[in-house]
Structures are given as structure tokens and as C-alpha cells.
Design a protein around this ligand. Structure first.
Ligand SMILES: Nc1ncnc2c1ncn2[C@@H]1O[C@H](COP(=O)(O)OP(=O)(O)O)[C@@H](O)[C@H]1O
Ligand SMILES: [Mg+2]
Length: 245
């Protein structure tokens, strides 16, 4: 579904990504993991068309998409939910959600997707007429994921969906990400919560200094000694059994 080959990009003259190869197959959750400042957000921005691709290729759904304008990429079915919880505080929950549908004009399909978002996030339905300024951190994270879904993506890219959230809320968010995948979407998820991400994902990539250091089936990465030593610090207990059921 998504095939990235030899991708290089950066800011101004500073190169950040040093030739990244990465794939997401249909229906998969793929985790992109690594420390702070290693190029994860930079990769998502290049995939979204927010940052020029210097070299390499991005193929999505069989078509080259590198350096297409962001709205064209969204329309092709690739949507990024940005890092940080950037809802518009002076707009209602529903107005924020509708912003996600800005590239679309099929009203019945949009209404259908709004209903689907409210099925994934009943809390947003309860709060649909409230200003998003009144939401908790977890609710804002739900809102920005919901807004991403309003673009009707085939592949949703999530940039650190669990960051700065309480453990209980993190469970809710990961559980919903799993349900979104089960509804037929593919997901590329950037995470600092390596343990949870690998427990949920099918496949994982570990990036350092703009280079993919290691990749593999998530279950193999979890038991990899280097991953354990660098990210997991000991034995991993599967805390996600309930949410995967
Ligand atoms: N707008 C920018 N201008 C210049 N350098 C940037 C910009 N955004 C990020 N960087 C640099 O690019 C590198 C990778 O950043 P980023 O992709 O945001 O890391 P991550 O998401 O993995 O934490 C970092 O060294 C960061 O300082
Ligand atoms: Mg980042």
C-alpha cells in the first residue's frame, strides 16, 4: 500500500533522512520507533507533502506521490494526524471534525464518516457542540484522530498518539487504533511508547539519526536483545490482550 524507497530530505541545507526504506501493507499497523530528534516526524511530513523530497520514491496505492501537494495526497487516501494536540480551541468538536473533510464534497459520505467517528469515540458525540478548549488531553487526541478519519483515508499516519496522556487514556487510544485497523484501514504509527506500540503493531522500524537501524515483525523486535536493552528495559508483559480481543 505504501512503499518508501531511498527517501532523503531535510531542512534547508541540513539533511535529516539518509535514505529511508519503509513499507506498509494493507490492513497492517506499522510502528516507526526511535528516540527524540531521529527523523520520525520529518518522515511523516515528507510522506504528507509538507516537506520536499530530495531523493527517493514514495509509492502509495500503486501511484508515485512524492512532492505532490498535500491536499492531493490527502485525496489519494494518505492522511497524517500531526504530533501535538492541535485542535482549534475556539471551534466546537464537530466543527473541528468537519475540517478533516476539507478535500471532499460528497455530503452523504461525509455524514456517514462523521457517524463512524462518533462510533469510535462516543465521548466526542457527547461533547459535539462544546468548544474543543473544554476537552481533556485524551479527548483532544481523540478529536485529532477523528479529524484524520474525516478525510476518509486508506492509510492513517499517527504521530505519537499516546504522548502526554495518562496510562488509562493511553489504553483507550491504543484500543481505538486497533478498532480503526480492524475496520479496514492501514496505520503507520510513530511512537515513543515502544512497548505498547510493538504489542499492538504487526511490523516495526527503528530509526536513528535518519537511518533505519532495525526492522522486523513486531513480535520479533519485542524479543530482540538490542531493542530490549535500548527501549524496553527488561521483560515485556503483554498488557494489550484485552484491547486486542
Ligand atoms: N523545521 C525544522 N527546521 C530545522 N530542523 C528541524 C526542523 N524540524 C525538525 N528539525 C530537526 O530535524 C531532526 C529530526 O526531527 P524530527 O523529525 O522532528 O524528530 P522526531 O520526530 O524523531 O523526534 C532534529 O534534529 C530536529 O532538530
Ligand atoms: Mg516527532
Amino acid at each position: 500500500m505504501l512503499k518508501v524507497s531511498g527517501l532523503t530530505t531535510g531542512y534547508g541545507k541540513i539533511q535529516i533522512l539518509q535514505g529511508v526504506d519503509l513499507n506498509v501493507s494493507e490492513g497492517q499497523i506499522v510502528a516507526l520507533l526511535g528516540g527524540n530528534g531521529t527523523g520520525k516526524t520529518t518522515l511523516l511530513k515528507a510522506l504528507s507533502g509538507l516537506l520536499p523530497v530530495w531523493d527517493g520514491a514514495i509509492e502509495f496505492d500503486g501511484q508515485p506521490i512524492q512532492n505532490l501537494p498535500p491536499h492531493t495526497i490527502v485525496r489519494a487516501g494518505l492522511t497524517q494526524v500531526t504530533q501535538g494536540k492541535d485542535a482549534y480551541p475556539a471551534m466546537t468538536v464537530e466543527e473541528n471534525l468537519m475540517l478533516g473533510a476539507y478535500t471532499r464534497n460528497n455530503k452523504p459520505a461525509i455524514a456517514n464518516d462523521l457517524e463512524r467517528v462518533y462510533t469510535f469515540f462516543p465521548r466526542l458525540l457527547e461533547r459535539r457542540t462544546q468548544l474543543s478548549a473544554t476537552l481533556s488531553g485524551g479527548e483532544v487526541q481523540m478529536l485529532v484522530i477523528g479529524r484524520g478519519l474525516m478525510a476518509s483515508p486508506k492509510l492513517l499516519m499517527l504521530d505519537e498518539p499516546s504522548s502526554a496522556l495518562a496510562p488509562k487514556v493511553v489504553m483507550d487510544i491504543f484500543s481505538t487504533i486497533n478498532r480503526i485497523r480492524k475496520s479496514g484501514l492501514s496505520i503507520l504509527m510513530v511512537e515513543q511508547n515502544v512497548r505498547m506500540a510493538l504489542l499492538l503493531a504487526d511490523y516495526g522500524y527503528i530509526i536513528r539519526d535518519g537511518v533505519i537501524l532495525l526492522e522486523g515483525e513486531a513480535r520479533d523486535l519485542i524479543s530482540d536483545p538490542n531493542v530490549k536493552a535500548s527501549f524496553l528495559g527488561g521483560t515485556v508483559v503483554d498488557t494489550t490482550r484485552d484491547i486486542k480481543a
